[in-house]
Every structure is written in C-alpha cells, then in structure tokens.
Design a protein around this ligand. Sequence first.
Ligand SMILES: [Zn+2]
Ligand SMILES: [Zn+2]
Length: 455
Amino acid sequence: MNEIQIRIPSHVIGPLFEEINRSARREPVVFGLVSHAQTSKRQLILVQELVLPPESAFLPSRGHGARWSGAYMIELLNQALKKKLGLFIFHAHPNVTNVSMSRDDLSSADDLLPRFQLVFPDRPHGSVVFGSESVDGVILMPKATKFLDRFNVRVIENHRIRTWPTVDAPSAERLQLARQPLTATPLLRSLLARAVVAVVGLSGGGSQVVSHLAALGIGEIIGIDNQCVDRSNRLATPNLGWFEALLRISKGTAAKFRVWLTNRETTFAPVKARIPEKEALDALKRADIIVGCVNNLHARADLSDAAARYCIPYVDIGLGLIPDESAPGKLKPLVAIAGNLFTIIPGGPCLWCADFLTKAKLDDETGGRGRSYLRDGSDRDAYVSCFNGILAAEAAAEVLRLIVGLESRREFRRQYDGFTGTLLEMAIPRKPTCHVCSSVLAAGDPVWQPISQGR
Ligand SMILES: [Zn+2]
Ligand SMILES: [Zn+2]
C-alpha cells in the first residue's frame, strides 16, 4: 500500500492553525479544498485553499463535533466542484500528543464524506484532527468505498518542513534538536536519512551539491542529467576530473560513484533524462526537496511549475559571467560574476513573483542557453569551479536548514557577487497576480474527464 501524505503549503499554515486552535464554545472547524497526485511511492493530497465557515453556517449541536446547515454545505460543495477539488474538514484537539478522532468526529465523517464523494468522486475527501505534532482522521480516496486512516501530514513552513506524526525520539534528543540543531543525534540522522532530494543538473554546481548531500547522509539523492562528462567540466567543478572525462561516463554515473565513496548509506538514483521529459518529471515528483542547478530559464520554468504543483520546496542556483554589452569592440570586458540563490517555499514568493522568470525572458531565450558560463555568445570555457562551489554549498545548507528548522528569511533572493565574494539580499514580495502562485500552486495531477462510456 502506498503511503498517503497530506501537504500543507506555508501560506495556509498560519490561518489554519490559528483558527482551529482558537478557544471557542465548540471545536472550530476549517474546510480545505484539495487536489491530489500519484507518485511512484506516495499518494499526495495537496491543500490548495482554506474556507473558514461563517458563524451563521453552524447549527446548535449536542455532541462534541460541529454541525452545519444544509444550505452552507451545498454552497461549499458547489465551490469545490467548480474548482474540481476535494473537500477536507480540519479541526484540532489542542495540546494532545497522540491525538485521535472522537466518536462524534467519526460519525460525522461517516455521514459526510460519502456525500462529498457523491458530488465529486474524482478527488479525495476527508476529516482530519490535529494534536500537538500528531494527527488522526479518515480519508476517502477517489472512487474508493473504504475509509483509510493511515496517513501523515507534511507541514511546509517558511523555515522548515516537518512530517507529523514525528519520528519517535527521547525528549532529550528533541530538546537537543531545538536548541543545538546541528549536533549529531540519532533523531537528526533519522530526519536526514528519511529525506529524498532531487538534484537537477549534475555539472559544475550540481555535482558539488550532491557531494555535500551525501556527506550529510541524505537518504536518497535523485540525480537528473542526460549528459556525459567532457574535459571542459574540470574548470567548473573539482568533482568531474580527467578520469571521468577520459571514460566519457555519464554525469549521473560519475555522481553515483562519488556518493558511494562519500557515504554508503546514501542511495543515489541517476535519471538520464532532461526536464521536462516524463521520466525526469516522474522522478522529481517523489522528492521532498528539489535543488535546481540548470543553466537556462526554460528548465527553471518547468522546475518551478513542478515544485509548485506538488508543494515541494525548490532551491535554485545559477552562475553567469556577464560582459559589458555596451562596450565597443568584439571582446567585451567582464563586468559581473553573478550568482543566483533563491529558495522557493510552496506558498511563498516564487521565481515569477521575483520577475526572475517572465514570459518576455522565456521568449527571448531561444533554444536554451549555450553550455558556456560566459554570456558573450561564445563557447569558451572559464574557471568557475570555486564560484559554483560557494553556490553549491549554500544550496546544500538550505536543504539542511529546511530539515533541521534553522530560521531563515526566505522572502529574500540572494545575489552572489564573485568579484567581492559577497551575498546581497533582495526582498521579494509575493505577487497577488502571479499565475503560478494562483493557479499552479498545489494543483496536483490534472483530473481527466472520462470519455463517454456509451460508445
Ligand atoms: Zn474532535
Ligand atoms: Zn509567484
């Protein structure tokens, strides 16, 4: 049986937990409109938006759970149907460590979920109760007749990703993680070993990210790249040398060998494909975190789309040597060694919000960028290994920060200046008009309309 995971993106976490943990006469309830997706190992349920019911929607109830007026329920179901989304009921039993659904909670779910399913059978429906870092509930998957009660919840906060119920660990280890989060404990080792990180592009930046992730003891690294090593890679990374170039092995095989030398507990799964080929996207979908080390905007647009769609944090790095286009003559002087570092948390500002990606820039980039770091249209190699190394180490640090929960200001994009070796922060607000944030975020797999049966 596949694992079922409910993902809650960062922008709905605040309103959700604030409302359901509010003290009130009855248990406060929030509805979630959800999509879903299937990966090779999990069924994902993605919370796209919340609906906070108005006080007028409630009926007096003698039991412990809430009851709603029929008119409100119909309105809510219509809303879900129009958006082709499933309906979840969320509430909390605050401060309970091993939370479980009460008898009233279960009987209300028994009554409501089949009715939700009757209206829209193609998406999951459910009722979930949150305790303190614990969760219980029942879920009715699309077209299923039986309730499922085994699932976990991924809470994607701005500074960390957590999965409830949490890993079992003694309270001393939990305290250690909270106060001194980098200290090696069995709890931290287990959190790292459970993580699956996809690294897209295994050249200058990606090959170095992989080494850092292996050293951290990340459980599985998915390496996506379709190229073979050649001599030019030596200038971009210390991890692809004369030996790999001589054998002309694939960059995936080279990375797999490095990982094995560094940490035999880490699994490396090479995928010899390009984004957006299906094999690459399928592999990407099962990652907990994506690190993109690609050199063109079209690949970034595809990565950003997949990350948003399945609620996966996405760390983007890139480097370019920028010549002064306005200078006279053919050989333009170098004016910037520009690196980019941006972590996109589902529900936070994205590459489109930041105008890092725009339709005009994509249209402008014909046939993808050349493989040279030098942005002068030539194909000359350049010594960029150490600059890639700084960006790669920072990308791996972002993975570590998200897993252990180090505070970080993710509404900032960072620009690396290779001349001075400094990182500049640039504030990025979330754009209300952004099409990715409003229509792709938590969209899941598309729901296909079945072709008429009566042919
Ligand atoms: Zn309850
Ligand atoms: Zn956006």
